[in-house]
Design a protein around this ligand. Structure first.
Ligand code: SF4
Length: 394
């Protein structure tokens, strides 16, 4: 549809085997059997209720995230993909990503997921070091995760590994060894991010022994040098890929595209017309979500972004990209004139956080390191604060 951004679909599965002590994502430990069929039926009702708002637009990507979407049986995953194809329109090269916990990976399940239409796998590895994995309460060993990744790469060309650094008890050499292990498995994509102690998590209440800031800075700089030498390109603050292998789904977020959010606690963003952007969040509690799905009562929050919010949200996303953004993209996505950008752009350039080049605004290395400081220059209100969108998963 003319003038509207690319459209993605995000499907949230809100359960995990148990909650990890560092994780603040929208998920809860399973208390009994997973209600897979009932949940998938509710998501399809939700999809049908939302489709009228995106008529005539094709999905460029679908992402099953969580929580642990690999807990959903493959027939339910396949049914959801089938429903997306029947009720919405899929682009010819639609990217379909499934997040997986290492323990969810078996040859039979990988073959079934591939047959169902999944074409990209994202594995929540976090580390290959047994002691570090134990400190994170991750219920697998480094050897198990290596076997799981090998199994995934036998069935899928497109595999991402989520890895963290700055972990409890981790040394600089340990962090680099994790990257060497990852590289030896040849994934096309790595999400590599520092552990942060998120409010509300056990790690925030009782911080484990962590590397000093100096050691973490060394991990970041030496690890980045290693990944670059191995042929990975950093294209976002925490995302590295082989050339041409960027995650299209996440790129659509960072380029301020639209996405439908289905599932308990899922967020969505939809442009009704250029400059008229609606954000929604669905009910968080799975049972309440399932009961309300298909009706408007499933929406827990809905708001239309004003011009100040649009500018701030655009910058929170686009300034995560190493290539930055075309200035014209700002107007295309928000409907706002570029005049309002001039003063904050000039400030950002003065502070050495950004350069302007051939109609693009490109964060400097310092601008990527101090992302929040950079984004806040574009905050026309005094009360908003920027937050980071990249998160651990699986
Ligand atoms: S890190 Fe992944 S597996 Fe652990 S609680 Fe968060 S979403 Fe669940």
């Amino acid at each position: 549809m003319n003038g509207l951004p690319p459209l993605s679909l995000y499907i949230h599965v809100p359960w995990c085997r148990r909650k990890c002590p560092f994780c603040d994502l929208e998920s809860r430990g399973l208390q009994g059997p997973l209600p897979g069929q009932a949940y998938a039926r509710a998501v399809v009702r939700d999809l049908c209720a939302q489709k009228a708002g995106v008529q005539g637009r094709s999905l460029c990507s679908i992402f099953f995230g969580g929580g642990t979407p690999g807990l959903l049986p493959v027939p339910e995953l396949a049914g959801l993909l089938d429903a997306a194809a029947r009720h919405l329109s899929l682009a010819a090269a639609v990217e379909v990503t499934l997040e997986l916990h290492p323990l969810d990976i078996t040859p039979a399940r990988m073959a079934a997921c591939s047959a169902a239409g999944v074409n990209r796998i994202s594995i929540g590895v976090q580390s290959f070091d047994d002691a570090v994995l134990a400190a994170l309460s991750r219920p697998y060993s480094g050897a198990q995760v290596c076997a799981a990744v090998r199994c995934a790469t036998e069935h899928f060309d497109r595999v991402n590994l989520d890895l963290m650094y700055g972990l409890p008890g981790q040394s600089l050499q340990g962090a680099l060894q994790d990257l060497r292990c990852a590289q030896s498995l040849q994934p096309e994509h790595l999400s590599w991010y520092p552990l942060s102690l998120q409010p509300g998590t056990p790690f925030h209440r009782h911080p484990p022994p962590l590397p000093t800031e100096e050691v973490q800075a060394d991990m970041e700089s030496e690890g980045s040098g290693y990944l670059a030498a191995q042929g990975y390109q950093r294209y976002e603050i925490c995302a590295w890929s082989r050339p041409g292998a960027a995650c299209r789904h996440n790129l659509n977020y960072w380029e301020f595209g639209d996405y439908l959010g289905l599932g308990a606690g899922a967020h969505g963003k939809r442009s009704v017309r250029p400059g008229h952007i609606v954000r929604e969040r669905r009910l968080r509690h799975p049972a309440r979500y399932m009961a309300a799905a298909g009706g408007d009562g499933v929406v827990a929050e809905r708001c239309t972004l004003d011009a100040t919010e649009q500018m701030l949200e655009f910058m929170m996303n686009a300034l995560r990209l190493c290539a930055g953004f075309r200035l014209q993209l700002f107007t295309e996505r928000t409907g706002l004139p570029q005049g309002g950008l001039q003063a904050p752009l000039a400030q950002a350039v003065d502070k050495g956080l950004l350069v302007l080049r051939d109609g693009w605004a490109v964060p400097t290395h310092r601008g990527l390191d101090f992302h929040n400081e950079l984004v806040l220059l574009f905050d026309g209100s005094s009360s908003s604060s920027a937050s980071e969108s990249n998160s651990p998963s699986g």
